[in-house]
Design a protein around this ligand. Structure first.
Ligand code: NAD
Length: 530
């Protein structure tokens, strides 16, 4: 193996999923080994042959059907998602099911304009008798490796974009949320049946397993990889992909900054900070991971946030009263705990929370607000991915910009205050998405590109830019005078001077000079006639 990704599983091994809220076993699944991964890729390759021949209008119709089916099965899907990921049902409904249905509709309506071929003008007079066009063709088989935190909407949006552009897909979901991916596959296959597109193999193949199964997908004969996950895995994946020049889109972690100016609406901004940091128990790549508040409103901001955090109901996501669910795993809980404990040891003050909630279950951590933090603490520079809101004051706007940009990450950020002040600040933030007086919702805008700068990733998913990353341009040029030899072909003898005059004719300043130059090109034309 070339990549340094080591396969550690043996044929016949299985993995088990558990409900993060109560630790109950949900199901167990066979791990796809190298042979099975390659067989899935081969099936996807075969499927792409027929799928890419299905007219775009029918591929779009399929995705409209998928959107309808997602809506029809929203309750069942939200139950599966909450069972596997622990998030509150309302979040599963909106941030997974609705975002996925919106993505399907976006692909159905906008793919035609992305796939439309474009005329290429020929400015040089010598090339005028030609017609050039850029045509867009699918890449082939797209590998998608997905995380657990948005177990439906992340793989769904990428899968729909791949399908509508004529690609097939091999999807490797997170080992923590396989059932959600299987449900997505089922919805797509159902829609294919309803559309009368029953040819086998199917254009979406799901492979299940742990990291090494994903590693095998990267090693396999796919044409592009969309990886969403942590920076450390993303780096390993990118290195393996580089070995074989496999194009990759990387959607990685974030340390998203929220800047609150002193003319912001305090009630709105504090509600946003609490929701933005606690949504999905803080396990959102575009969440609020650090908050900078202008000193004039700082103490009021803290007291309002503490009050609002106190009012949150923590519990199992399946309970419709729950605001904040459990963390996904013990491992994730340890990371959060370590970061908060380290900050505390370095002088930070935990205003509320800062401890586990064992009475609720093993994976619960209290919604937490920490002040007196600085950038020497991992809580302010590494991804926390937990229900923790660290807040620090700033004086001048420039200080907020400097601190927000003082990060290896650059996924998303937000600025709160009058648009007159907030918008110019937003433009100076190093992030793939910057929202003014809102947060996170950019991910739900199906037409908006999603992706990061710095260690947060490479390339874009979602929107027209995301579709563009799944097609390749082919330049097709047709000469309209097939019986004419070109002036610049052999023999070169005696052609240099007239050719130099030709260059002058095109580019010398002054009309008269260009006319004079054009006369000097006549021998060239006469010679060519003979
Ligand atoms: P992860 O990196 O642990 O795993 C992501 C996926 O990669 C999983 O399917 C996993 O099985 C697979 N994988 C693990 N090792 C692999 C290997 N060596 N080769 C190939 N595949 C491998 O991430 P996670 O814990 O599932 O997800 C959380 C992370 O994802 C966070 O850092 C979060 O910020 C990030 N994330 C980013 C975005 C975004 O759009 N930028 C969205 C959601 C989550």
């Amino acid at each position: 193996m070339s990549s340094g990704i080591h396969l550690i599983f043996k044929a016949g091994e299985r993995f088990t999923t558990t409900n993060p809220a109560n630790g109950q076993r949900l199901a167990d699944y066979a791990i796809a080994d190298a042979t099975e991964v390659n067989a899935a890729i081969a099936r996807a390759r075969q499927a792409q042959q027929w799928w890419s021949q299905v007219p775009l209008i029918r591929r779009a119709a399929l995705l409209r059907r998928v959107a309808r089916l997602l809506n029809e099965s929203k309750q069942a899907l939200a139950t599966v998602i909450t069972g596997e990921s622990g998030k509150p049902m309302l979040e599963a409904l909106l941030n997974d099911v609705l975002v996925s249905a919106d993505a399907a509709l976006f692909c159905a309506t906008d793919a035609a304009s992305v796939m439309r071929s474009e005329d290429v003008p020929h400015h040089n007079i010598a090339l005028r008798l030609k017609r050039g066009r850029i045509e867009w063709e699918p890449l082939g088989v797209i590998g998608i490796i997905a995380p657990w935190n948005y177990p439906l909407s992340i793989p769904a949006a990428d899968t729909f974009a791949a399908l509508v552009t004529g690609n097939s897909v091999v999807l490797k979901p997170s080992e923590l949320t396989p059932q959600t991916a299987l449900a997505l596959e089922q919805v797509i296959n159902h829609a294919l049946d309803e559309e009368g597109l029953t040819t086998l193999p199917r254009p979406v193949q799901v492979i299940l397993g742990l990291g090494p199964t994903g590693g095998q997908l990267v090693e396999g004969e796919i044409d592009k990889l969309i990886f969403t996950g942590s920076v450390s895995t993303g780096r390993r994946v990118a290195m393996a992909a580089a070995e074989r020049l496999l194009p990759v889109t990387l959607e990685l972690g974030g340390k998203d900054a929220m800047i609150v100016l002193d003319d912001a609406d305090l009630d709105v901004a504090t509600s946003a900070a609490v929701w933005g940091s606690m949504l999905n128990a803080g396990q959102t790549c575009v969440s609020v991971e650090r908050c900078y508040v202008q000193r004039k409103i700082y103490s009021k901001f803290i007291s309002q946030c503490v009050q609002k955090i106190q009012a949150l109901k923590v519990g199992p996501g399946a309970d419709q009263q729950t605001d904040v669910g459990p963390l996904i795993t013990q491992r994730q809980l340890h990371i959060v705990e370590q970061q908060v404990d380290e900050a505390r040891a370095l002088g930070a003050i935990v205003q509320i929370g800062g401890h586990r909630l064992p009475e609720l279950g093993e994976n619960f951590y209290a919604p937490t607000l920490v002040t007196d933090v600085d950038h020497t603490m991992s809580l302010m520079c590494e991804e926390t991915f937990g229900p923790v809101l660290p807040v620090t004051p700033f004086d001048a706007d420039e200080d907020a910009i400097r601190m927000a940009n003082d990060s290896d990450f650059g996924l998303a950020s937000s600025v709160w205050g009058s648009t007159r002040r907030a918008e110019p600040i937003a433009r100076q933030l190093q992030a793939g998405t910057v929202l003014v007086n809102d947060l996170i919702s950019g991910f739900a805008v199906a037409a908006a590109p999603h992706g990061g700068v710095k260690h947060s990733g490479l390339g874009r998913t979602h929107g027209r830019l995301g579709l563009r990353e799944l097609v390749r341009p082919r330049y097709v040029d047709v000469d309209l005078m097939p019986s004419m030899k070109k002036l610049w072909w052999y023999p070169y003898a005696q052609n240099f001077q007239p050719m130099a005059a030709f260059v002058d004719m095109l580019h010398q300043p002054g009309l008269l000079a260009r006319l004079r130059a054009s006369l000097k090109t006549i021998p060239l034309l006469l010679r060519r006639r003979r």
